[in-house]
Write a protein of this length. Structure first.
Length: 392
């Protein structure tokens, strides 16, 4: 094993019926005046929001509830909430939903603590020095934001998407009740599966690959579990076992456990962000549309790494590493196709102009000022080549 530092301070309350413990969890974390954020109608129609608010009432906690948090959450909405509640003495932010809601919670918590504008934290022009405590009631197995130190917001005015990672972003608790995911639309379930897989694979293809046996074993087992239970959840939406496996895998995929001893790559996430920012493409779909082409582009850097993953996850028997690497890439693409997810840009966007692809590479490279990736460092020229491959 290589050296690493690991901290996962989020308290997880996992299992059926755990939503009823929300009020107690907020109170134990010191919350008394709570800003509750949720998405659109699903939290209301499913009854989850009313159940959460009932537990806050039970414990005598004051709260304000705000919805209309969009997928690919917007900085404008987060800023609006900070401005509205800056004088309300909020001491706790609670998210009821998935990563879009929780990422907004983290941004709002930073803004209420340190002042605005929020975008300064995401553009790295202002350091994060603190945050209000955040908790969540998770309703989708996907991004793992419930145990991660990151938040991602879209700036519509600039057509860019940026992340902000800080230990202050770690939620103090996460309530994971698999039954809350039963009513998810199939496409959201599929996108969640993809996000879980890519959070794991973006770490798997970091530097020092192959030197961390137990880390690799955890990642490979998680991928096998998600591949099996992703299909089961789509075929049987109320399968508690499948939903519970996915929900816990989502949390493990992004609390850094699957990448200990390695430097993360996250090229595919970076390549996917402009697609979400410009086209409002679902995050999971942006990842599956790019990954097979990124993989083809970089596989020659270490074909044995791809081959090993295919042999352990898909049980490929091909002995030649280069052929096994190709088969591995095809196996992942085939699986995502079964889930109904895009595996190239023409499946979801269909970009007609090479100038548009150049603009995506320009956005991804921050106007040519940065490279991305650790498995293989990618320049703006490399980014454009991958976008072209994905659009072919």
């Amino acid at each position: 094993m290589n050296t690493f530092q690991f901290s996962s301070p989020t308290k997880v309350l996992f299992g059926a019926g755990k939503v009823a413990e929300t009020g107690a969890a907020v109170q134990s974390a010191g919350g008394s005046r709570v800003l509750v954020l949720y998405g659109r109608n699903s939290a209301i129609n499913s009854g989850i929001l009313s159940a959460v608010l009932a537990t806050l009432d039970e414990y005598g906690l004051s709260y304000f509830a705000e919805g209309s948090i969009q997928p690919n959450p917007r900085v404008a909405r987060a800023q609006e909430l900070v401005d509205r509640y800056a004088q309300q003495d909020i001491d706790f932010v609670l998210g009821v939903g998935g990563a879009s809601v929780l990422d907004t919670c983290k941004a709002v918590a930073m803004g209420l603590w340190g002042g605005s504008p929020i975008w300064d934290y995401f553009s790295k022009t202002r350091p994060v020095t603190g945050s209000l405590p955040v908790g969540c009631v998770l309703t989708i197995a996907a991004a793992g934001s419930e145990t991660s130190d990151s938040a991602v917001l879209t700036n519509e005015a600039l057509s860019i998407k940026r992340g902000c990672s800080t230990p202050f972003n770690r939620p103090v608790f996460a309530i994971l009740d698999p039954e809350t995911t039963y009513t998810l639309p199939s496409y959201q379930t599929a996108c969640g599966v993809a996000d879980i897989m890519l959070h794991t694979m973006e770490r798997y293809f970091g530097t020092n690959a192959g030197q961390n046996q137990i880390t690799d074993g955890i990642a490979e087992a998680l991928l096998r579990d998600v591949i099996e239970n992703g299909k089961r959840a789509l075929e049987h939406p109320s399968d508690y076992q499948a939903r519970s496996e996915l929900m816990w895998c989502g949390s493990l995929s992004h609390n850094d456990l699957t990448g200990l001893g390695r430097n993360k790559d996250f090229s595919v996430h970076q390549l996917g962000h402009p697609l979400s920012a410009v086209y409002d493409l679902a995050h999971g779909a942006s990842l599956t549309a790019i990954w097979p082409h990124w993989a083809r582009y970089v596989a020659d850097s270490d074909p044995e790494r791809f081959a090993h993953l295919g042999r352990t996850v898909f049980f490929l028997s091909e002995s030649n590493d280069r052929l096994a690497a190709v088969a591995t890439i095809k196996s992942f693409a085939h699986y995502w196709g079964i889930l109904g997810l895009p595996t190239c840009l023409r499946d979801c966007i269909g970009i007609q102009s090479d100038d548009t692809l150049r603009n995506l590479a320009r956005l991804c490279s921050f106007e040519g000022t940065r490279t991305i990736g650790t498995f293989r460092e990618l320049t703006e020229t490399d980014m454009l080549s991958i976008y072209r491959m994905a659009n072919h």
